[in-house]
Ligand binder design. Structure first.
Ligand SMILES: NC(=O)c1ccc[n+]([C@@H]2O[C@H](COP(=O)([O-])OP(=O)(O)OC[C@H]3O[C@@H](n4cnc5c(N)ncnc54)[C@H](OP(=O)(O)O)[C@@H]3O)[C@@H](O)[C@H]2O)c1
Length: 289
């Protein structure tokens, strides 16, 4: 019999890519994708009733309010979507006895550790987005028996607003770009993450897993690599500090995630971010000059 896999947040940056990967990896199953037009996860009764009626065996919850600075300015919305919204999806998953997969973030950590974070490290978010996503993790663990929490970071890909698209857009308009050089992480290609999510589900993995492309860099190094690989050499890139940029939400200075558990438990090694970026740019972007 066909199983139903439900993706909540199917029209976002990761969702669009994930839907394609799931369709090919789970071709014998039915893949349903919903976003805010189909179901607003802030509405408890409607969300629970709608998911219960569908009766999925697996619920992959990737819907979120992902504007990190927006969350800082609108704490109520951040918690309504990322925490309470996740609770509603978790409640529905538990009623259906479904497995629940939840996407979380490196921003649950404060960056003080100074070396890559393990799944077992204690979270301590610096910003509202991180707090609201952590609360979401806690609801999933509290309500769903069979859950998989995947923490990732610095996503980019062919859909939606992201750093790669923003750098390429700015390079068309400006002769110099200032990029922060005091935050360290691992840029992650949405297609690589989507494949890893699919493999983790096929493996029936449970608990928390960290999943990012490997190797690390700062946003400044990442920005320079984007321009170089796109053939842009007329734009100057200047390193600045987060303080100078002055964004509303604080970010951890070092939020690299240790992905060894992924390798140990399911034998999956993520490729370096520079390789993934090259692949992405050669597939989706025409060189700019
Ligand atoms: N992007 C990153 O760098 C990053 C890093 C770490 C973790 N993550 C996590 O990975 C997941 C996917 O991220 P993403 O970058 O693909 O996010 P995204 O592009 O912002 O997509 C999220 C989707 O959720 C939808 N949504 C927002 N509020 C909703 C609501 N109340 N009910 C139903 N749907 C709602 C959004 O619709 P609208 O666009 O109409 O609001 C959007 O289609 C998220 O859980 C995020 O927290 C992302």
């Amino acid at each position: 019999m066909k199983r139903i896999l439900l993706v909540v947040g199917a029209k976002g940056m990761l969702g669009r890519v994930l839907m394609g990967i799931l369709h090919s990896s789970f071709s014998k199953d039915e893949i349903i994708g919903w976003d805010i037009e189909e179901m607003d996860i802030q509405k408890e009764d409607e969300s629970v009733a709608k998911i219960e009626k569908l009766g999925p065996e697996i619920v992959i919850h990737i819907a979120a309010y992902t504007d990190v600075d927006g969350c800082e300015l609108d704490k109520e919305k951040a918690f309504a979507v990322n925490a309470e919204g996740t609770k509603h999806v978790a409640l529905a998953a538990s009623k259906c006895r479904a497995k629940m997969v939840y996407l979380s973030t490196d921003y649950v950590f404060d960056g003080e550790k100074g070396e890559p974070y393990l799944e077992s490290d204690s979270p301590h978010p610096l910003n509202v987005y991180g707090h609201s996503k952590l609360k979401g993790e806690q609801y999933v663990q509290e309500w769903v028996k069979d859950s998989l929490i995947i923490r990732t970071q610095w996503l980019y890909g062919p859909f939606g607003k992201n750093f790669v698209a923003s750098i390429l857009q700015q390079a068309r308009e400006k002769s110099a770009l200032s990029i922060v050089n005091d935050q360290i992480g691992s840029p992650t290609y949405s297609a690589d993450l989507a494949k890893a999510i699919s493999e983790l589900i096929q493996f029936d993995a449970r608990g928390i897993f960290h999943v990012t492309n490997s190797d690390l860099c700062t946003w400044y190094t990442f920005g320079k690599a984007i321009l170089e690989l796109s053939g842009v050499n007329r734009v100057r890139v200047l390193p600045i500090s987060s303080k100078v940029l002055g964004r509303p939400a604080a970010r951890p200075s070092y939020s690299v995630l240790n992905c060894q558990k992924l390798k140990k438990e399911i034998g999956l090694t993520m490729r370096p971010w520079s390789e993934a970026l090259k692949d992405y740019l050669s597939t989706y972007r025409q060189p700019l000059s």
